[in-house]
Design a protein around this ligand. Structure first.
Ligand SMILES: Cc1cc2nc3c(=O)[nH]c(=O)nc-3n(C[C@H](O)[C@H](O)[C@H](O)COP(=O)(O)O)c2cc1C
Length: 174
Protein backbone atom coordinates (compact mmCIF):
# COMPACT_ATOMS: atom_id res chain seq x y z
CA UNK A 1 0.00 0.00 0.00
CA UNK A 2 1.30 3.41 -0.95
CA UNK A 3 0.87 5.99 1.80
CA UNK A 4 1.37 9.73 1.32
CA UNK A 5 2.89 11.29 4.43
CA UNK A 6 2.60 14.94 5.42
CA UNK A 7 4.46 16.26 8.46
CA UNK A 8 3.22 19.46 10.05
CA UNK A 9 6.56 20.44 11.59
CA UNK A 10 9.52 21.83 9.67
CA UNK A 11 12.10 21.61 12.41
CA UNK A 12 14.93 19.09 12.20
CA UNK A 13 14.53 17.67 15.70
CA UNK A 14 10.76 17.32 15.37
CA UNK A 15 9.28 14.63 17.61
CA UNK A 16 6.47 14.23 15.08
CA UNK A 17 9.02 13.49 12.36
CA UNK A 18 10.70 11.00 14.70
CA UNK A 19 7.36 9.27 15.34
CA UNK A 20 6.80 9.07 11.58
CA UNK A 21 10.27 7.60 11.00
CA UNK A 22 9.71 4.95 13.64
CA UNK A 23 6.20 4.16 12.35
CA UNK A 24 7.65 3.78 8.85
CA UNK A 25 10.41 1.51 10.12
CA UNK A 26 8.01 -0.75 12.04
CA UNK A 27 5.63 -1.04 9.08
CA UNK A 28 7.92 -1.10 6.08
CA UNK A 29 6.67 -4.54 5.03
CA UNK A 30 3.06 -3.34 4.87
CA UNK A 31 3.26 0.27 3.73
CA UNK A 32 5.38 2.09 1.22
CA UNK A 33 5.65 5.67 2.50
CA UNK A 34 6.27 8.76 0.43
CA UNK A 35 6.66 12.07 2.21
CA UNK A 36 5.30 15.21 0.56
CA UNK A 37 7.18 18.35 1.55
CA UNK A 38 5.24 21.44 2.60
CA UNK A 39 8.00 23.83 3.69
CA UNK A 40 8.74 25.10 0.18
CA UNK A 41 5.20 26.19 -0.65
CA UNK A 42 4.41 29.91 -0.97
CA UNK A 43 1.69 31.39 1.19
CA UNK A 44 -1.67 30.63 -0.34
CA UNK A 45 -3.03 33.40 -2.54
CA UNK A 46 -6.19 32.90 -4.54
CA UNK A 47 -4.92 35.43 -7.09
CA UNK A 48 -2.10 33.17 -8.24
CA UNK A 49 -2.23 29.84 -9.96
CA UNK A 50 -0.73 26.89 -8.08
CA UNK A 51 2.91 26.40 -9.11
CA UNK A 52 3.39 23.19 -11.11
CA UNK A 53 5.18 21.41 -8.28
CA UNK A 54 2.18 21.84 -6.01
CA UNK A 55 -0.14 20.41 -8.66
CA UNK A 56 2.29 17.50 -9.26
CA UNK A 57 2.36 16.67 -5.56
CA UNK A 58 -1.44 16.78 -5.44
CA UNK A 59 -1.61 14.29 -8.30
CA UNK A 60 0.95 12.02 -6.60
CA UNK A 61 -1.04 12.13 -3.34
CA UNK A 62 -4.21 11.31 -5.28
CA UNK A 63 -2.41 8.24 -6.66
CA UNK A 64 -1.67 6.90 -3.15
CA UNK A 65 -3.89 4.45 -1.27
CA UNK A 66 -3.96 6.54 1.89
CA UNK A 67 -2.66 9.61 3.65
CA UNK A 68 -1.02 9.84 7.07
CA UNK A 69 -0.60 13.23 8.72
CA UNK A 70 1.85 13.59 11.60
CA UNK A 71 1.58 16.99 13.22
CA UNK A 72 2.23 19.05 16.32
CA UNK A 73 -0.36 21.37 17.83
CA UNK A 74 0.40 25.09 17.59
CA UNK A 75 -1.60 27.47 19.75
CA UNK A 76 -4.34 24.89 20.23
CA UNK A 77 -4.75 24.32 16.49
CA UNK A 78 -3.28 23.18 13.17
CA UNK A 79 0.21 24.59 12.39
CA UNK A 80 0.02 27.31 9.73
CA UNK A 81 2.45 25.50 7.42
CA UNK A 82 0.21 22.44 7.36
CA UNK A 83 -2.97 24.45 6.83
CA UNK A 84 -1.25 26.38 4.05
CA UNK A 85 -0.38 23.13 2.25
CA UNK A 86 -3.92 21.80 2.66
CA UNK A 87 -5.33 25.06 1.29
CA UNK A 88 -3.15 24.75 -1.84
CA UNK A 89 -3.97 21.10 -2.40
CA UNK A 90 -7.67 21.69 -1.74
CA UNK A 91 -7.81 23.72 -4.96
CA UNK A 92 -5.89 21.20 -7.06
CA UNK A 93 -7.52 19.05 -9.66
CA UNK A 94 -8.03 16.26 -8.71
CA UNK A 95 -8.51 17.29 -5.10
CA UNK A 96 -6.26 14.62 -3.60
CA UNK A 97 -8.03 14.06 -0.27
CA UNK A 98 -11.56 13.47 -1.58
CA UNK A 99 -12.59 10.01 -0.42
CA UNK A 100 -9.00 9.18 0.57
CA UNK A 101 -8.44 7.04 3.67
CA UNK A 102 -6.60 9.43 6.00
CA UNK A 103 -5.28 9.16 9.53
CA UNK A 104 -3.89 11.74 11.95
CA UNK A 105 -1.12 11.16 14.49
CA UNK A 106 0.29 13.84 16.76
CA UNK A 107 2.85 14.19 19.54
CA UNK A 108 3.44 17.03 21.97
CA UNK A 109 5.22 17.54 25.28
CA UNK A 110 1.91 18.60 26.83
CA UNK A 111 -0.57 16.34 28.57
CA UNK A 112 -3.20 15.98 25.89
CA UNK A 113 -0.91 15.29 22.96
CA UNK A 114 -2.35 17.43 20.12
CA UNK A 115 -6.01 16.62 20.78
CA UNK A 116 -7.14 20.16 20.00
CA UNK A 117 -5.15 20.27 16.77
CA UNK A 118 -6.58 16.93 15.72
CA UNK A 119 -10.20 18.00 16.14
CA UNK A 120 -9.55 21.20 14.19
CA UNK A 121 -7.86 19.16 11.46
CA UNK A 122 -10.83 16.79 11.38
CA UNK A 123 -13.08 19.79 10.75
CA UNK A 124 -10.91 20.79 7.77
CA UNK A 125 -11.07 17.17 6.64
CA UNK A 126 -14.86 17.35 6.43
CA UNK A 127 -14.70 20.09 3.80
CA UNK A 128 -11.97 18.17 1.94
CA UNK A 129 -14.17 15.06 2.10
CA UNK A 130 -11.37 13.03 3.67
CA UNK A 131 -12.31 9.52 4.73
CA UNK A 132 -10.88 9.83 8.23
CA UNK A 133 -9.97 6.94 10.48
CA UNK A 134 -11.85 7.59 13.73
CA UNK A 135 -10.14 5.13 16.04
CA UNK A 136 -7.64 4.59 17.45
CA UNK A 137 -6.83 8.23 18.00
CA UNK A 138 -3.10 8.62 18.53
CA UNK A 139 -2.36 11.63 20.73
CA UNK A 140 1.08 11.17 22.22
CA UNK A 141 1.34 13.36 25.32
CA UNK A 142 4.54 13.81 27.32
CA UNK A 143 6.40 13.24 24.07
CA UNK A 144 9.77 14.59 25.23
CA UNK A 145 9.96 11.67 27.69
CA UNK A 146 8.77 9.11 25.15
CA UNK A 147 10.80 10.15 22.11
CA UNK A 148 14.49 10.57 22.84
CA UNK A 149 17.15 11.19 20.22
CA UNK A 150 14.72 10.28 17.48
CA UNK A 151 13.65 6.96 19.00
CA UNK A 152 10.46 6.03 20.82
CA UNK A 153 11.58 4.70 24.18
CA UNK A 154 8.12 3.98 25.57
CA UNK A 155 6.89 0.44 24.89
CA UNK A 156 3.22 1.37 25.31
CA UNK A 157 3.54 4.02 22.61
CA UNK A 158 5.20 1.56 20.23
CA UNK A 159 2.43 -0.99 20.82
CA UNK A 160 -0.27 1.62 20.33
CA UNK A 161 1.27 2.77 17.06
CA UNK A 162 1.25 -0.83 15.86
CA UNK A 163 -2.42 -1.14 16.78
CA UNK A 164 -3.00 2.00 14.77
CA UNK A 165 -1.09 0.65 11.76
CA UNK A 166 -3.20 -2.52 11.75
CA UNK A 167 -6.43 -0.50 11.99
CA UNK A 168 -5.30 1.84 9.22
CA UNK A 169 -4.47 -1.08 6.94
CA UNK A 170 -7.91 -2.63 7.53
CA UNK A 171 -9.56 0.75 7.02
CA UNK A 172 -7.88 1.16 3.62
CA UNK A 173 -8.87 -2.38 2.63
CA UNK A 174 -12.50 -1.96 3.73
C1 LIG B 1 4.21 28.41 17.99
C2 LIG B 1 4.08 27.25 18.93
C3 LIG B 1 2.86 26.97 19.50
C4 LIG B 1 2.71 25.85 20.32
N1 LIG B 1 1.47 25.55 20.83
C5 LIG B 1 1.27 24.39 21.47
C6 LIG B 1 -0.05 23.97 21.82
O1 LIG B 1 -1.03 24.62 21.56
N2 LIG B 1 -0.19 22.75 22.42
C7 LIG B 1 0.89 21.95 22.70
O2 LIG B 1 0.70 20.85 23.24
N3 LIG B 1 2.15 22.33 22.40
C8 LIG B 1 2.36 23.53 21.78
N4 LIG B 1 3.63 23.91 21.41
C9 LIG B 1 4.77 23.07 21.79
C10 LIG B 1 4.97 21.99 20.75
O3 LIG B 1 4.10 20.90 21.05
C11 LIG B 1 6.42 21.49 20.75
O4 LIG B 1 7.27 22.56 20.36
C12 LIG B 1 6.61 20.28 19.86
O5 LIG B 1 7.89 19.75 20.06
C13 LIG B 1 6.40 20.64 18.39
O6 LIG B 1 6.41 19.48 17.63
P1 LIG B 1 7.70 19.01 16.82
O7 LIG B 1 8.72 18.55 17.86
O8 LIG B 1 7.23 17.88 15.98
O9 LIG B 1 8.24 20.17 16.04
C14 LIG B 1 3.81 25.03 20.62
C15 LIG B 1 5.06 25.34 20.04
C16 LIG B 1 5.18 26.42 19.22
C17 LIG B 1 6.53 26.69 18.57
Amino acid sequence: MKIAVVIGSLRKESVNRAVFEQYAEFNKDVFQFEEFAIGDMPLYNQDIQAPDFIQQRAQAIADCDGVLIFSPEYNYSVPGVLKNALDWWSRAEPQPFAGKPTAIIGASPGAIGTARMQYHLRQVGVFLNMRLLNKPEVMIGGAYDKVIEGKIVDDGTVEFLQTHAESFKQFIES
